[in-house]
Design a protein around this ligand. Sequence first.
Ligand code: 26Q
Length: 804
Amino acid sequence: MPANPDLKSEQFEARITTVLRQRLGKNEKAAKDHDWFAATVLALRDDIIDRWIESTSRTHETEGKRVYYLSLEFLIGRLLRDALSNLGLTDEMRGALREHGIDLAELEELEPDAALGNGGLGRLAACFMESLASLDIPAYGYGIRYVNGMFRQRIDDGWQVELPETWLAHGNPWEFERRESAYRIGFGGEVVMTPGGARWQPAEAVEAIAFDTPVVGWRGRRVNTLRLWTANALDPIKLDAFNAGDHVGALVDVLRADALVRVLYPADSSAAGQELRLRQEYFFTSASIQDIVRRHVQYVGDVRSLPDKAAIQLNDTHPAIAVAELMRLLVDDHGLEFAEAWDVTCRTFGYTNHTLLPEALESWPLPLFERLFPRHMQIVYKINSGVLKQARDKGMSDGEVSAISLIDEGGNRRIRMANLAFAGSHSVNGVAALHTQLMKTTVFADLHKLYPDKINNKTNGVTPRRWLQQCNPGLTGVIREAIGDAFLDDAMQLSALNPLAGDAQLGHKILQVKRANKAALSDHLHGLMGIRLDPDAMFDVQIKRIHEYKRQLLNLIETVALYDQIRSHPEIDWVPRVKIFGGKAASSYHNAKLIIKLAGDIARRINNDPTVGDLLKVVFVPNYNVSMAERIIPAADLSEQISTAGLEASGTGNMKFALNGALTIGTLDGANIEIMEHVGRDNIVIFGLTADEVAAGRANGYNPRCIIEGSRELRQAVEAIASGVFSPDDPARYRGLMDGLYDSDWFMVAADFESYSQAQRQVDRRWQDGVGWQSTIIRNIANVGWFSSDRTITEYAREIWAVS
Ligand code: 26Q
């Protein structure tokens, strides 16, 4: 809280006027909505900048170690509410704007989401940035300033259509261009030998320019920097070409540079394998590593002490080429011996793995890699020979050695980025206990045998500022009334709610807040899609990227089965449900897009069937993004976390729902397992095969056809979908999708159906036991404080980065 709120409010009011006039060139009369938004951000920014500069000088003075988080994705969402809330200035700004006749809540809606990420991995990076600042840890996030982030999803006739999202259209008042922080990034060319050793002479080069965004921690304790790179042509116009009449050719470098930062690759679990993607990875990695080394040399001196002053975390393998890039700088530019450079490199890097899906493990064709990065290729070979020698010296078998190799020697040779990241890091972590265990026993088993001390677990977390305080002020208020304010600074303190789990008054208040959030969501969706939802029905939500392993299809098939049951047994007192789906499909992912269409087809049929009335409604919310999540999660009663066991590395939505008082229905996968351990077996609904059972089922020949034919409910639902009951306009639309279930069912939908369906009926019974439901959701809120990203970051800081 500021010392004098009224004074602060008046100061904002005056500042906004000044900014409007002097920075934006408008008076209050002429100002449009977006001018008010920009003026508000710029007025607030003045407060942020002072703390920003103060944070940086404090790190310089104490010569503290810095954390560098390299990520091709930062899925930030909006920043105004976050910054105001973390600075404790929300009421002051609201008051100032009111004096100008502007409503803060409406203004917040004008801010476009910064959607520079696909899903979980990118959102985790954003939560981590916020926690790093909140914990007062000096840190930089490094990434790409994509001109077009995640695509906007439109649903046309039920089908997903991807549209470019132009988040920078009205300018971005949060960012600062740093023209002085510019680096040359090379591609292609050759390696020449000089008296000083090998030198890379790239054939092309672009310039990377930094744009900095301040990241405000809780209570403004610290402001860190998110540094995003854009690309400029070194020679924007080739005058000789231009003068020779080749006006397009003269601009080709500009186009090439633009292309590098134009789009986020909109796939979340498959390696795209295109050259532009590899160029993007190297572009931002090289700029970041050059920036880190330059800062170290400038303020500390000797590059040999880099690991004492810098901890670089690789967010998956997307920046894994950093290992070779740092080696190149140390050996070629700073004259270190290879062995010494390798020691510095390994002590500097940590690598986080986010998926074990084979199709998501990055590898690049060796000829492509060699053509773009000839010097890095040499370095990779040399690293590899060292690694393989270690393996052989340890007596590992040929099979083990070839699994460890950084180069996949199969027909077409490829560079394995995970092996490079693993070898070049002192720490390799998974993102939930089960995932880390599976890393050790499956994908990384051989590397783990060679380096048994590297793999460790850091279970994911989410920031409780955005995902409780800001998105759910109603619930936050009720909790404060019940247990005081300590949980605002330490989410573990939510456990003070445990003794109140049986408190009917508290339970009632929480349900009142939940109902208000549901009513607000209903209003919003009514405006958006024209649908009316009953806030007294159970809101059953599955929002996440659409992927077969996440099994939206299991949920949809069960929805169809429930629909059948309601129609055949109208006498039963069914629990009214609203099934909410949301999520984007990768543009090239055919089945994922078909699943979206199926959700829409099922929704149309069920929502228009008067015999079920308000007992069952289905909605597919278009363009699911961070801001939509902030509306939906506080309104959810049931959280669907139903991936095939062993395939969801962690999940983070699962944590947000529980924190907002939803019950989880889930498999024993990812962080669901740890959520169960924290909230207690009785306060979560678990179903389905375990990861071991899934593996055994696959190994021993799994027969889905047999299961489908043996279950009347499942068979009827699958046949209804397959025969066109929901797609009379194109009865064969889902034939192939359903045939896939009969013939292979890789994600074991059939195997888990019965168990899932029973679990859903158990959810109904729990809902009908009002008192039990209240105590369950209080237990959930009380016991998921551990899933704060503050806890996660504290573990990274202590166990990987050695920063205090
Ligand atoms: C790779 C190469 C080329 C193009 C795209 C990609 C690519 C991009 C994004 C591959 C994977 C991703 C994203 C993965 C991801 O989001 N993983 C999720 O990470 C979360 C945070 O740890 C976990 O909670 C989720 O379980 C995991 O799926």
